[in-house]
Design a protein around this ligand. Structure first.
Ligand code: SF4
Length: 374
């Protein structure tokens, strides 16, 4: 073999080694795969994995007092299955992982799951969404395990209304969790508020004022039809993002309210000059954010969801348990996102059509947010 090809080969080898070394240094996957994309040119680098369906609250916009038909324990993804899925997704370019539920702190090995996820090559940040009730018990361990961001769900600052909406007590515990998360130095502390007309709309500005002294992000999320058919259908509680933004701008404009940077779904973000934190509105039902969609969802029972409003079944758990190879799992994710509709409206339409055709499959439909993972 002539010298220069030898040099090229050794140069190639050196380059290969160099990129392997830098991948290692950057903790990037050793065998990266092409990113996960759909036919609409979007790239999916953020996965939300529900680790449990059970929850220690019974929010009226999510499930009835008696709960929903929770999957049996052996139907829920095991820890090793979750980590395998994360490792494969990280090879496909996923960099952000969020653990949701149900209530993730109800799952006894949540700290272990976070700790192992932080070490997965390619994963840049691990986040969790919690209702904050048990968070104080795990907060220090989660921070030490490397949890980067925590979103705490809280829809009212008033104890009586908290009990009305969650059917449990505990507003003080949740407020304590917000302060504890800031105190422990989580780089991202956010408060998720499902804003409903005729219930907590009168607290919109009180929640904004939380950001005066706290370095947190308060996000007002539009109410969505995943309430197990409880209150959505009466049509009385939906408050649109446009309406909420109008209320915020009218109130804070005199104080020089300025637009602020948010994540891809935090469309309408604001900061009042001099305030430590910021607030914004997420048009989760208006669905004006679909063009930026970057989300992969995996439900607690191991189904891939290519959209919050989709009900197309991609049975990841079954594939994992019948010996599916990494390539098989990659192929299932690619199929799921190749099928993805351009927005949540089309996905919802397709789901309703499918529901009419496969009436028998209705049991698989996910009426409650606790069966999706948010
Ligand atoms: S509605 Fe569906 S497509 Fe739109 S942002 Fe949500 S998950 Fe993405």
């Amino acid at each position: 073999m002539p010298n220069n090809s030898l040099n090229q080969k050794s140069l190639g080898a050196q380059a290969g080694t160099a990129s392997a070394v830098s991948a290692l240094q950057e903790n990037l996957p050793a065998h990266p795969l092409p990113p996960l994309q759909d036919r609409h040119g979007r790239t999916f680098d953020y996965v939300r994995i529900a680790v449990i369906e059970q929850c220690n609250l019974r929010c009226t916009y999510c499930m009835p007092e008696e709960g929903v038909q929770f999957k049996e324990k052996d139907m829920v993804l095991r820890t090793d299955e979750i980590l395998r899925v994360v490792e494969i997704l990280a090879r496909m370019g996923v960099r952000k992982v969020r653990y949701t539920g149900g209530e993730p702190t109800v799952r006894s090995d949540i700290v272990d799951i976070v700790e192992r996820t932080v070490k997965v090559p390619g994963v840049k940040a691990v986040h969790m969404t919690t209702n904050g009730l048990l968070f104080p018990k795990y907060a220090k361990a989660l921070r030490d395990a490397g949890l980067f961001g925590v979103n705490i769900s809280l829809d009212t600052l008033k104890a009586d209304k908290f009990e009305t909406i969650t059917r449990r007590s505990g507003v003080d515990k949740v407020l304590e969790s917000i302060d504890l998360a800031v105190e422990l130095g989580f780089p991202r502390v956010k408060v998720n508020v499902v804003l409903m007309r005729g219930f907590n709309e009168d607290e919109l500005l009180d929640f904004c004022e939380l950001t005066k002294d706290k370095p947190i992000t308060v996000r007002f999320i539009e109410f969505m039809p995943f309430d197990a058919h409880q209150i959505w259908e009466n049509g009385q509680h939906f408050a649109s993002a446009a309406d909420l933004c109008g209320q915020i701008e009218r109130h804070y404009k005199p104080q020089g309210l300025a637009p602020s940077q948010g994540t891809r779904t935090e469309h309408h973000m604001y900061q009042v000059p001099g305030y430590a934190g910021k607030f914004g509105v997420i048009p989760a039902f208006t669905r004006s954010l679909c063009g930026n969609c970057s989300r992969i969802r995996v439900t607690a029972d191991g189904s891939i969801m290519n959209c919050l409003y989709s009900e197309a079944p991609y049975y990841l758990r079954d594939l994992l348990r019948r010996g599916g190879t990494d390539d098989d799992i990659v192929a299932l994710f690619r199929k799921a996102f190749d099928d993805k509709y351009k927005d949540g409206f089309e996905a919802k339409k397709a789901a309703s059509v499918a529901a009419k055709i496969n009436v028998s499959d209705i049991s698989r439909s996910r009426a409650s947010m606790t069966q999706i993972g948010g």
